[in-house]
Design a protein around this ligand. Structure first.
Ligand code: COS
Length: 379
């Protein structure tokens, strides 16, 4: 067992850290305040190869391991959690299923442009009545000749505001429940496809989460991803990797909150000395550091298992459960360290606290992660 990063992984860490500090962090506050999608960052992420990191270089990807990917998502999220999830969605929820389940021609037509960042990706699973109960889809595809006609809608779709290529999940057999779900690749330009209201959210305010509408949208039968009826499994398998991305995002948010707290506690004086001299503050910082390190280990372990080709659903669920819980606790304590100043929008920890909360909700709530973990114990 080796806990050291490899030379390549350290290089990814340093390169992405430098990039995030220079290009991502300066926009974070504005993106949050204006709820603005960071469109100008997309080509920069693409140039550095951060939008298709694990994709085979044959399709324009970076071909790096999943551990390197967790490091990159952590670094970008530390600078701006909105940009972190933009990246995680493109890599984990779009490039991954296109590469794993796509035909050669689908990979050439769709994976390449998404992995190279020429077209941004989004993942459409959630519906108003199908959140945790992802099997209860209502959107329907009916086959007519060499097309499927799709009607329905999606909600809370990250990246939707700017994305051009979508992996969506709809019923091809409404009588078969979750086993009647199929995955399709659709493009923003398809007639009958539209993007609705962009949500005004508590945190990750610039990720362009919006509704999708499909009104008699004709999709070529060739755009079926995987087999008919296998959509639920494709979605669940994809979310396993997505959860590693979100867990990495949570670690990045928590790390940022800890670093802000260390800095502030050494600058802020009360009772004639820096508040870092008080044990109450020191203990909070010590707990932050310990819990972040534990989360990071779970995240990298899940990525390591994924890279080794073994099942990683449970490891991913554990990593997300713990890292998101820690992110919420650490950011809350970071506000405590900052006192009243932490409650003011001028201070980064105020945003971090709001950004952290979503990590307990999307790509499976903490309760879902517990269902996956408990399910593995009680089989
Ligand atoms: N990978 C591949 N296949 C999986 C899988 C995974 N991780 N998890 C389940 N499956 C398969 C099962 O093997 C089963 O296949 P069969 O039909 O051949 O038996 C099928 O999917 C149904 O499995 P199961 O009965 O365990 O699924 P449930 O409906 O009980 O799943 C939970 C329950 C809650 C775990 C699941 O619906 C879930 O993860 N929901 C949250 C969804 C989510 O994260 N939404 C947020 C989206 S934000 S983009």
């Amino acid at each position: 067992m080796d806990f050291q990063l490899t030379k390549e992984q350290r290089l990814v860490q340093q390169t992405v850290r430098d990039f995030a500090e220079k290009e991502v962090a300066p926009l974070a506050q504005e993106i949050d305040q204006e709820g603005r999608f960071p469109r100008e960052t997309v080509p920069k992420l693409a140039k550095l190869g951060l939008l298709g990191m694990m994709t085979d270089p044959k399709y324009g990807g970076g071909g790096v391991d999943s551990v390197s990917y967790t490091i990159a998502v952590e670094e970008v999220s530390k600078a701006c959690a909105t940009t972190g999830v933009l990246m995680s969605v493109n890599n984990s929820l779009v490039c991954h299923p296109l590469e794993k389940f796509g035909t050669e021609s689908q990979k050439e037509q769709y994976l390449g442009p998404v992995a190279r960042g020429e077209r941004l990706g989004a993942f459409g699973l959630t519906e108003p009545g199908a959140g945790t109960d992802a099997g209860s889809q209502r959107s329907v595809a009916v086959k007519e000749g060499d097309e499927y006609i799709i009607n329905g809608s999606k909600v809370f779709i990250s990246n939707a505001e700017a994305a051009e290529t979508f992996v969506i999940f709809v019923l091809t057999d409404p009588t078969a429940g979750a086993r009647g779900i199929s995955a399709f690749i659709v493009e923003r330009e398809f007639p009958g496809f539209s993007v609705g209201k962009v949500e005004d959210k508590m945190g990750i305010r610039g990720n362009g989460a919006a509704e999708l509408f499909f009104e008699d949208m004709a999709v070529p039968a060739d755009n079926l991803l995987g087999q008919e009826g296998k959509g639920f499994k494709i979605a669940m398998g994809t979310l396993d990797g997505g959860r590693i991305g979100i867990a990495s995002q949570a670690v990045g948010i928590a790390q940022a909150a800890m670093e802000e707290s260390v800095k502030y506690s050494q600058e802020r004086e009360q009772f004639g000395k820096a508040i870092s001299k008080f044990q109450a503050i020191q203990w909070m910082l010590a707990d932050m550091a310990t819990e972040i390190a534990a989360s990071r280990h779970l995240v990298r372990k899940a990525a390591y298992i994924k890279d080794s080709g073994k099942p990683y659903s449970v490891a991913a669920a554990m990593a997300k459960l713990m890292a998101s819980d820690v992110a919420v606790r650490v950011t809350r304590d970071a506000i405590q360290v900052h006192g009243g100043y932490g409650y003011i929008k001028d201070y980064t920890v105020e945003r971090l606290y709001r950004d952290a909360k979503i990590t307990e909700l999307y790509e499976g709530t903490s309760e879902v992660q517990r269902m996956v973990i408990a399910g593995s114990l009680l089989r």
